[in-house]
Design a protein around this ligand. Structure first.
Ligand SMILES: Cc1cc2nc3c(=O)[nH]c(=O)nc-3n(C[C@H](O)[C@H](O)[C@H](O)COP(=O)(O)OP(=O)(O)OC[C@H]3O[C@@H](n4cnc5c(N)ncnc54)[C@H](O)[C@@H]3O)c2cc1C
Length: 390
């Protein structure tokens, strides 16, 4: 049955990186996606979808040759404050001996760069088509794509996103935490420069982030909020929206003078109970777990999955050996659960308006800011660096 050693479903950032890394390690890989990515540029010159990537993610993307040379902005500071408090969290890259905390990268620039690398890699076969059925047998797995194409292989990596077909086809149980929010994403132009800083303000209804673009007066926006508020803000005219979002960020970057198209994404937090559901299948990226975007961690966690998977697979003659994956599954599931809980607790904590909670939060933030060792360790962890720095 096996034409390919490894099948990857989903050429999003996680699946594409995984396919390239495994092919670089010597595996014959086939990757399937329903469509080829297109470069998107909005009215303010950049894509509306941007992702914050850690130094660890950047290193992995660079190692497979898809770190883009355009469409990215580094940020050296992150400033977080809240609607009801007087204290703020201030993270600066210099505190941990770095020049940047991470990069904001246009999602479509990365996707196109990954697609070109897949197309030209000598050990990668690319198949375009909707996955409609999968058949797991004793000697391998067959994927049936729309139009009667069948792609067969020994081992399947499902990177087919939050609504994973593979996960549903295999009936993999999922644990879900209610979020009750949608994310409104757009791009704005501001009167004052962003100063290479990622600004995030926790509002009672949800966090609002202004993330720096290459143009110092342009920021990409991720604003989590209730569905009702999002509906109203999507329907506003541009001038009213600019005034409202400027007020929401306390005019830290001066007036908001222009806004691009606004998009909304329903938010869900979920993770699979078992990311290696059969001896021949591993789920990674959003197919394994989706978390709230407030910390910009989704792709970064997916790329951590890729690195962990690579550490297991490198040098192995065959991957369909359950014993190989026990530790991987334990660690990745525990990490997913931990991240989901942290996001849910942050949301709960900052959603409280009573005065006692506000006071406790402010004392906590001030104390945290003064504990340099703890703060720096958390910064290194968020950047995907080893404690002690790399
Ligand atoms: C508003 C917002 C902001 C975010 N900001 C950040 C951020 O700053 N940093 C960060 O790290 N993360 C961020 N995230 C999360 C991030 O977008 C996701 O974690 C990431 O896109 C997941 O990548 P993936 O490759 O696992 O899945 P996807 O990107 O969803 O890719 C899945 C791929 O599988 C293909 N596919 C699916 N089903 C089939 C099928 N049946 N047949 C064929 N192909 C199929 C799809 O076409 C797609 O190409 C954000 C999310 C949101 C909603």
């Amino acid at each position: 049955m096996s034409d390919h050693q490894v099948l990857v479903v989903g050429a999003g950032l996680v699946g594409a990186t995984c396919a390239l890394a495994l092919a670089d390690a010597g595996f014959e890989v086939a990757i399937v996606d329903r469509s080829e990515p297109q470069r998107n540029r909005g009215a303010l010159g950049i894509d509306i979808r941007n992702v914050a990537l850690s130094p660890a993610s950047a290193a992995l993307l660079d190692s497979v040759g898809i770190w883009p040379d355009e469409g990215l902005a580094s940020y050296e500071r992150m400033y977080v404050w809240e609607q009801w408090g007087s204290s703020a969290l201030d993270f600066r890259a210099a505190e941990v001996g770095r020049t940047e905390l991470g990069w904001l990268v246009e999602a479509s620039a990365l996707a196109v760069s990954a697609w070109q690398a897949l197309r030209t890699h000598p050990r990668v076969a690319v198949y375009l088509g909707e996955l409609e059925a999968l058949d797991e047998a004793a000697d391998g797995i067959a994927l049936e794509l729309a139009g009667d194409t069948v792609v067969a292989g020994e081992f399947l990596i499902a990177a087919d996103g939050a609504r994973s077909f593979v996960r549903r086809a295999l009936d993999v149980p999922v644990r879900t935490l209610a979020v009750d929010q949608v994310a409104l994403a757009t791009v704005v132009r501001t009167a004052a420069p962003h100063e290479d800083t990622a600004w995030q303000r926790f509002l009672t209804d949800g966090p609002l982030a202004f993330l720096p673009a290459p143009d110092p007066h342009v920021c990409s926006i991720v604003w989590s909020q209730s569905a009702g508020k999002a509906e109203r803000r999507l329907a506003m005219d541009d001038a009213a929206f600019c005034a409202e979002i400027g007020h929401a960020i306390e005019h830290r970057l001066g007036a908001v003078v222009a806004v691009d198209q606004r998009l909304s994404f329903p938010l869900v937090q979920q993770r699979v109970e078992q990311c290696v559901p059969t001896p021949r299948v591993v789920l990674i990226g959003d197919a394994m777990r989706t978390i709230h975007p407030l910390a910009g961690l989704g792709v970064n966690l997916g790329l951590e999955d890729v690195q962990a998977l690579l550490d297991v697979a490198r040098g192995q003659p065959a991957l369909a050996e359950p014993a190989l994956w026990a530790r991987f599954a334990r660690q990745r599931q525990a990490r997913s659960e931990l991240m989901m809980q942290i996001m849910a607790n942050l949301q709960r904590l900052f959603g409280q308006t009573n005065p006692l909670m506000t006071l406790l939060r402010n004392v906590g933030v001030q104390t945290f800011n003064s504990l340099d060792m703890v703060k720096h360790q958390i910064m290194r962890e968020a950047m995907g660096l080893q404690a002690g720095g790399t």
